[in-house]
Design a protein around this ligand. Structure first.
Ligand SMILES: CC(C)(COP(=O)(O)OP(=O)(O)OC[C@H]1O[C@@H](n2cnc3c(N)ncnc32)[C@H](O)[C@@H]1OP(=O)(O)O)[C@@H](O)C(=O)NCCC(=O)NCCS
Length: 165
């Protein structure tokens, strides 16, 4: 781990992690074994990064977000506060043989506060998921999706401005 990584004293970062230069890890964050986090990321208060998760460079993960095993974030991904990323499609407390269902969030995508991403989807590059949406299907690149279930509303540019099409 580089010296330029900031880890708040209350955070718990496993020694078997890789964390890139300039990344800041705030209060009560937990980063589990074999997680790989890129450079210049921000993990805000109460974030949980599960075993083996890969996160790209310059990602911003807001308060209270859990990124479970099977979820991959490419570079420049934003995850709003308390968004939920799942990894078990058909959960049962008593099913011991459940399989991780992967989810991929591509470069530049942005997930709004309190959104829920049902596992097994790809969220395309620079897509935007509105606050509180429930994503059940792949999201096209540059698409703004809204609601439960999340539906395409329009396309946006890299900054999130709507594009007339
Ligand atoms: C989706 C979003 C980008 C749309 O912004 P916008 O284009 O300025 O939207 P508007 O406020 O003009 O609303 C347009 C319509 O969409 C609805 N709408 C806006 N956001 C919505 C949402 N998250 N879920 C459902 N409907 C939404 C509005 O009620 C409005 O409906 P109407 O046409 O029936 O009146 C924005 O509302 C949003 O959810 N941003 C994410 C905020 C967030 O989570 N930030 C995280 C860091 S704090």
């Amino acid at each position: 781990m580089s010296n330029s990584v900031y880890i708040h004293p209350s955070a718990e970062v496993n020694s078997r992690t890789k964390i890139g230069n300039g990344t800041k890890i705030w209060n009560q964050v937990q980063v589990r074994e074999d997680a790989r986090i890129g450079s210049d990321c921000i993990l805000s208060k109460d974030v949980y990064i599960d075993t083996g998760v890969t996160i790209g460079d310059r990602c911003k993960i807001q308060n209270g977000v859990s990124v479970y095993n099977g979820v991959t974030l490419e570079d420049d991904v934003f995850i709003g506060p308390h968004a939920t990323l799942t990894n078990d499609k058909i959960p049962r407390a008593f099913n011991k043989d459940w399989k991780v269902v992967p989810t991929l969030i591509k470069v530049g995508a942005s997930i709004g506060a309190n959104a829920t991403i049902v596992c097994g989807v790809i969220i395309g590059e620079y897509a935007m998921v509105a606050a509180g949406s429930v994503v059940t299907k792949d999201v096209e690149p540059y698409s703004l999706v809204v609601g439960n279930p999340a539906r395409h509303r329009c396309y946006v540019d890299k900054e999130g401005n709507k594009i007339e099409k």
